[in-house]
Every structure is written in structure tokens, then in C-alpha cells.
Design a protein around this ligand. Sequence first.
Ligand code: 13P
Ligand code: SF4
Length: 304
Amino acid sequence: MQDLHTTIEKIEDIKTGKNAVILAHNYERGEIQDIADFTGDSLGLSQQAVEQDADVIVFCGVHFMAESAAILSPHKTVLLPEIHAGCPMASMITAEALRTEKKKYPDAAVVCYVNSTAEVKAESDICCTSANAVEVVNSLDEEEILFVPDKNLADYVARNSTKRIIPWEGYCPTHNQILVSDILRVKQAHPEAEVLAHPECRRDVLEISDSVFSTTGMLNYARKSTCMEFIIATERGILHRLEKDNPEKRFYYASEFAVCPEMKAIDLDALLLSLERMQYVITVPEEVRVRAKLALDRMLAVKR
Ligand code: 13P
Ligand code: SF4
């Protein structure tokens, strides 16, 4: 274990020497968010992956995020510092299962939440993130939409669009275990606080929330709002940026259990090793990549 200052200096030096850029999701550990060149939600980080002219993208997030960067930027080396950082929701559907489901709904468009594997994206017409799911669905000509894999996001979209949404039975374990009773308990202690929830939460949680946002949506809203207190119904890592950006405001997490272990897998030592050893390189077979890229490109072309 090296001293923290030395580790940070080494990361900065190797990063510059290798023309690398560090992207970090809003749920990552605070020290990872602080050293990153860009932090953001899934949509913002996908956009950054396209715009960066670095040779190496070190993706501090989970596997599907690094995979999306590799799909969008095949000529860059994409590193995921912890190879076991995956998304349980993404594992709740396979390409084969999706192919079988598509046969039942031949007229439906397939909209795939980015929290999914490259193979599942390759079977889909268009991707979406939590920041643009409603806009993506509304941009399609089809009235019937097979929406995979998050049933909670599918339900949120169904209630905010006129389309017929056929959900998949997947969910995020971290968001799905946030309960109405958790929020009411915090609300009792802080009655003036506004409740901001992520659309991966259950319907009853969203119904008692004041607003529903992606993680970056929450950051933008909290910065502009005149409200001084917020209850945050999403993964707890977001409080790092919320508190840093708004030192005069107070933030309370809805549930102390809302921690995604996958998003905490990368620490500074893992990041340094990743840059030193150029590990772990994320690649996608070309035949899958090209089809998955179409679905991601269509999403990125949808106006917000
Ligand atoms: P964002 O879409 O807000 O980034 O959050 C999704 C998520 O859970 C990332 O795993
Ligand atoms: Fe997957 Fe949920 Fe963790 Fe996001 S927070 S990576 S959706 S398990």
C-alpha cells in the first residue's frame, strides 16, 4: 500500500505519458470521482467516450459502460480497472432470450437500456439511458415497444408516453430495495426536504417523489433549485458530488442500503495498476460491435 499522495501523483504521470483520460460514473468512490477527468451519468459518459481524442480511456464504472465506450470508439484502448465490476441487471437478460421474446412481438421496436451487454444491444433497435428513455421511445414510429431489461424504467416510460410498453422482468437490486417506508422515515426527520428519485426505483417510490431524474439530472436540479434539503433515492455514491457542488445544502440518502458493490470495486490502487499494466482491456467482437453501435448511435442522435 503506497502513500495516497504518491499514488495520485503516479496516476497523473502515467495518464499524461500514455495520453489517457479517466471517466468515472457518479456512483464511483469519492476519490475516484475526484481524480477523474470527467464524471457523469451513463449518457454523459457515452458522449465523452466519443468526443475524447485520448489514446486510452480508463473507464471507472461497470463492465457495460466500458463496453459501450469500446463499441463507440474502437480505435481507442478502453480499460476497466476491475474486471469483475459488472451490473447484475445487465445479467438478467441474454441475447438468446431476447431473440426468443422478439418472435412473440414481431411488430414491436426493441428499446434496450444501456445497462445491458453488447450482445443484447446488438439485438436491439435503439438504446436509451435513464436520462433519455422517454424521448427515445417517443422518437420511434412503432406503437409497440419491447423494453429491456429494467421493468421499473419500463413502467416509468409507460406512464410518460402513449406507447404500449412490454417490459422485461429485470431490475437493479440496489434501487429496487429502496422502499416507500425508507423515504417516509427520512421525510419525517426532514419534512422540508424534496425527494429526488432515479427511475430504476419502484413505481410506489417514484409516486411519492417530487422529481425523477438520472444521476446527472439530479446534480443539475439540486444546483439550480432554491430548496435547501433533499432526500436522494438512488445509489449513495451520488452524495459525493451533490455535497461538493452544494456545500450550503443538505442531502440525505433514502436508504443506507442503497450501495452498489459493483460501483465501489475500483479504488486508487486498482486505477494505478490499470494504467501501469494496461489492464483490463475491454473489446467487443466486430460482428457484435457494429450492430450494437447502430443501437447506440441511434440513441445519441435523438434530440433531448
Ligand atoms: P444513470 O443513468 O443515471 O447513469 O444511472 C444508471 C445506473 O444505475 C448506472 O448503473
Ligand atoms: Fe447495475 Fe444497479 Fe449497480 Fe447501476 S446501480 S451498476 S443498475 S446494479
